[in-house]
Design a protein around this ligand. Sequence first.
Ligand SMILES: NC(=O)N[C@@H](CC(=O)O)C(=O)O
Ligand SMILES: [Zn+2]
Ligand SMILES: [Zn+2]
Length: 431
Amino acid sequence: MTTSSVLLRQVRLYGTGEPVDVLIADGVIAEIGRPDAPAGAEVIDGDGQILLPGFVDLHTHLREPGREDAETIETGSAAAALGGYTAVFAMANTDPVADNAVITDYVWRRGQEVGLVDVHPVGAVTVGLAGERLAEMGTMANSAARVRMFSDDGHCVFDPLVMRRALEYSTALGVVVAQHAEDPRLTVGAQAHEGERAARLGYPGWPASAEESIVARDCVLARHAGARLHICHVSAAGTVDVLRWAKELGTAVSAEVTPHHLLLTDERLSTFDPVNKVNPPLRSEADVQRMRQALADGVIDCVATDHAPHAPQDKDCEWAAARPGMLGLQTALSVVVETMVRPGLLDWRGVARVLSERPAQIAGLPDQGRPLAEGEPANLVLVDPDTEWTVQGSELASRARNTPYEGLRLPAVVSATLLRGRITSREGKLV
Ligand SMILES: NC(=O)N[C@@H](CC(=O)O)C(=O)O
Ligand SMILES: [Zn+2]
Ligand SMILES: [Zn+2]
């Protein structure tokens, strides 16, 4: 067996301090300082670039099994590695649904076979995402994939009794339930953020209260169950108030925001381009500002992409018929830099927190989001903060093309990603 080593020359840990050399051997950070390159070591010249723990995405749609025409575990893993990720959580709304251990184990094993990123399957909360009967959470939690997160994402677990039971089981299993917070009675036929723009265009509105009310309800349920709850894709300013209240009461609730809800508003509706259709919808400028502030404050814990690839026939059609969702894995870092680092809301230590450390803690991954220190697993990303790039959907690794950032110039590029000491991407290419 050959053991490979990598020497990262002149990198700045968390973007602070003087550049140092980092030697990686046998999958761990072996030495930080001025180590010599062992014979045969691969040397990467960091040139003062920023070293961070590899990113962890709690919310990815990889579409396998069932819609391999939109994305596969292989193409999605490629997008993840190029985006700086070392672990992603693949949502359960596949076809068939990942509501049993046969599917969740398949997703895990296929991810390991591809080998670019750890693909952790999310198990469904209810059978077939139908919201009626609990799926076999225990079997999934104890199978090869060791499922740690459960979600009916795409659908809200709407029945409060079903949600209560799911939270009670999750506590016993030591897993987390992630809620797609959308009261379906308030969003019947909804097409866009309820507000002036949707009204002018005649689109039925998706009110913020549909999100806020479910988050409030679930925080109450979680507190009484002594359970951990995670809120997917927070989009409305009022949800931040609910989260702050619940956290002050000691509720074990965490929350994510997507890159697109940090950058884009419902102003995009005027384009009529369904690439901008997403669930929850793009909201107002005030909501966007509140998302940024809450992420900086820690009321929102982390950034998750909600990477949602769709085949052209499901997107290139009229607005009402188009599926909701947009790509995110290869643009997340740049959008976080644009919306949080450039305006001074987060430093690079903060970027490590929201893209790596907090998500790893929320999901309970012991080997991700770890400190940059000797002896720690070498799940790492090297970031060049000074280079800008122009997004082109046709150049992204995803099988789908539905990026809302087409033609946009964004800051920061991923120079290299390392998974357990092995280089998975380098200078925008897979290794
Ligand atoms: N976000 C979306 O608009 N779509 C997601 C489902 C979801 O995250 O709710 C999808 O699966 O396409
Ligand atoms: Zn969702
Ligand atoms: Zn989703």
